[in-house]
Design a protein around this ligand. Structure first.
Ligand SMILES: Nc1nc2c(ncn2[C@@H]2O[C@H](COP(=O)(O)OP(=O)(O)OP(=O)(O)O)[C@@H](O)[C@H]2O)c(=O)[nH]1
Length: 414
């Protein structure tokens, strides 16, 4: 279910705009034009359904930020949006327990709010580890991170940090002081880099004081970024957001490069990479199967390319379900590949035969002339070859044989 966002804005134009931004972040806006209306709506709802609140500073029945006090006391992460750009208002807002303060200075702020909303939703799944020898700064950073919905963990030493990272795979960001009780911050970062790449774990060094050399030292030791204490609330959170977004962008590029756009399966390149990284020598017994849909050109020619795409997606989904734990890929066109490690020939043939029958029984709903049916020919090799290319050419020969012998069958060299 989409999470809700309570939007409290006194002007209808601003309310409409904010509601659009909330929709853009795939969330559901619940609008109110006064504090009283917001209180009424919130008291008649389930608090857990709400992700956060976007609140105007000045409302007819709440002229000095009382609506902020209402949402923060209801434990709603609160983004304050205001036309008031004075330092007094800014200080009054940031003295409260808010996520962020966004003055409506220019159009960029709307983009920022949409990003912030999407982040609050995503941050729930991101672990952040705060490593600092002193409880005060540690608790301060943790409290800011909690407001942004991160899953926060705090430790006081490098040793405890390593233990926390081993236990909690959802930690994607580490904030570390420069002088930990058991190790220097830079040595700790260098040790972390032996275990995690910059794309797997972002590290922000916290430099105490004014030493420019320390910031450079952090970056050279493998930190993604650094912050100098004392930092302001807004800078801290902007830097965190930037680093987390950068990691996510790298991840989406990586995923796009490894995935077949139509079916979501691994592509040929990723299949080769995973297999070569996973095994120095390919395990025996094993099986590699090449699967090719029969007369697929006729499906396209008769029912159109979209219908062909629907068939490819349906077969890919079946393949994923059937070979849940194995490496499966779309090699291109209507050709797929499955690798079964540590599988004897009888079991492999049984599984591929069962899959072949399921494909033949598949009925794919399409817009015109459906449901469609399709069959698959399979070439499967059990050779103890050590090169992936050799396995593929053996499977390819067997696939050719399956086609030549009438299609809709499995040919193997068992
Ligand atoms: N809809 C759709 N069609 C594709 C895609 N990629 C390749 N094709 C089509 O797949 C068809 C493959 O045709 P052929 O290589 O002649 O093979 P076939 O008709 O399946 O015949 P056999 O393999 O001999 O049984 C061609 O019409 C390609 O245009 C795709 O992503 N979507």
């Amino acid at each position: 279910m989409q999470q809700k966002v309570l939007v409290i804005e006194n002007s209808q134009v601003s309310l409409n705009l904010m509601e659009k931004l909330v929709h853009k972040a795939n969330l559901t806006p619940i609008g109110a034009r006064s504090l009283t209306e917001a209180q009424y709506k919130f008291s008649h709802a389930t608090p857990e359904d709400y992700l956060c609140a976007v609140v105007g500073y000045q409302l007819p029945d709440a002229p000095r930020g009382e609506a902020i006090d209402f949402t923060t006391s209801a434990f709603l992460p609160t983004i304050v949006v205001t036309d008031e750009i004075s330092n007094d208002v800014r200080d009054a807002v940031l003295a409260r327990d808010v996520v962020d303060y966004v003055p409506k200075e220019n159009n960029q702020v709307y983009d920022y709010i949409a990003r912030l909303l999407a982040r609050l939703d995503k941050n729930r799944h991101i672990g952040v580890l705060v490593v600092h020898g002193r409880r005060g700064p540690r608790a301060y950073m943790a409290s800011l991170l909690y407001r942004h919905n991160f899953s926060v963990f705090q430790v006081g030493s490098a040793k405890d940090a390593m233990a926390a990272l081993a236990q909690r795979p959802n930690i994607q960001l580490v904030l570390t002081d420069s002088a930990l009780p058991d190790e220097s911050g830079t040595r700790f970062i260098a040790n972390l880099r032996k275990l995690f790449s910059k794309e797997q774990l972002a590290i922000i060094g916290i430099a105490d004081g004014n030493s420019a050399a320390l910031s450079a030292h952090f970056l050279k030791s493998g930190a993604n970024d650094f912050l100098r204490l004392p930092f302001c609330h807004e800078e801290f959170l902007c830097r965190i957001m930037q680093n987390v977004e950068l990691m996510e962008n790298v991840e989406s590029i990586r995923s796009a490069a490894n995935t077949d756009y139509l079916t979501g399966l691994s592509n040929r390149r990723h299949f080769f990479y995973t297999l070569s990284m996973g095994y120095q020598t390919l395990p025996t017994p094993h099986a590699l199967a090449l699967l090719d849909l029969d007369f697929f050109k006729t499906v396209n020619d008769t029912h159109g390319h979209d219908a062909g795409d629907a068939v490819l997606k349906a077969v890919a989904a079946l393949l994923t379900r059937h070979f849940n734990d194995e490496l499966v890929a779309r090699f291109g066109g209507e050709e797929f590949c499955v690798y079964l490690p540590q599988t004897d020939a009888d079991t492999a043939i049984e599984r591929l035969e069962a899959f072949r029958r399921q494909v033949a029984a598949l009925k794919v709903e399409v817009d015109q002339g459906g449901p469609l049916t399709v069959t698959v020919s399979i070439g499967m090799t059990f050779q103890p070859a050590n090169s992936i290319e050799a396995l593929l050419s053996a499977a390819d020969r067997l696939l050719y044989q399956a086609k030549a012998q009438g299609r809709n069958q499995v040919c193997s060299d068992s």
